[in-house]
Design a protein around this ligand. Sequence first.
Ligand SMILES: [Zn+2]
Length: 340
Amino acid sequence: MADARRTQPSSSRNFEKKFAGTVSPTLLNRGGTHGTSDTSKKPPGCGSAQRIAGMRGAVEQNTEGLMGLMYAAIDKLARSMKPPKGPHTPHFVETMRPADITPEVHALAWRAAEKQYAHRGSTTVYLDELELDTARFIITAMVRRYFEDKNPPGVTHGPGGLSWPALLELQNNEVLHIRSRPYMLDSHLRIYGFLRKALTSTVLQPYVETSETVRAILARDQGNVFGLWDMATTGDSEMLGWSMYLSGSYFNHDCSPNVRKERVKQALCFRTTRDVEAGEELCINYIDVTDPVATRRKELSRNWYFECACKRCHEELGIEPVVDTPPPNGHLAGEAEVLS
Ligand SMILES: [Zn+2]
């Protein structure tokens, strides 16, 4: 496939079963304390507000510390949430035909949400557990962006060297996703409303004053995250959560992949499965490639929004394959790259 930014993804029939059309990628700590250090606890023997402010300032100076503070802000607000009374009122987009959900209509909905949640005293938005996980995922990306914005260019930011520009380079599936699942827009808008309130008066407040950052992250969530499964060797494997590995997200799909991915603790390892010609594209599989061609194409179209143009699909459909211009370097079987 020519578009190197086409996507990335978890295998996921079970994904659909378990999470019914939601798209929240989470980190490995889903369902647990969600944090790193519990910075919400006051230090023992600390009676001075000034000293607390000083310690808080120090905690904000590193990624782990700031994430802990921000997760605590989410947890604090979540405790004040009250479940909505009565049935869900459909957002106007949910009542539209998919073809009528254009980028303009979508942008209009977000602008309305920005106005709605601009008031400091607005009621706390209710989020379910999966939406709270999505909020935490967004916070993780925001914190990394915050340190990138703060530090001079060229600084490496933790494992994988995540960079905000690299995230923006991933395929934007925003409108395609909402067109296929209109009910998700309401969820996304509420997550924004929740974050806007939770991050008031924090160093991340500038990132929620408009919806731009939240939208940018959500737009790359669907189709660009990897499912994280338990390490069971027999029986059904359970999905533990999702995570985004930026470099790994650049692998395209092929129904006859030459690379397989393996999880090694919290890292993903990509290993070639056969000798690869210099210039041949390295591809993984997003779906179960033992499925028949029609099933594979339907699933790719539904969850990754593209028509597979791989050689195997073309052969099985009796269509002449399209030859892509190859990239410059080859890899030998067994060569691996580890992302963490
Ligand atoms: Zn294919």
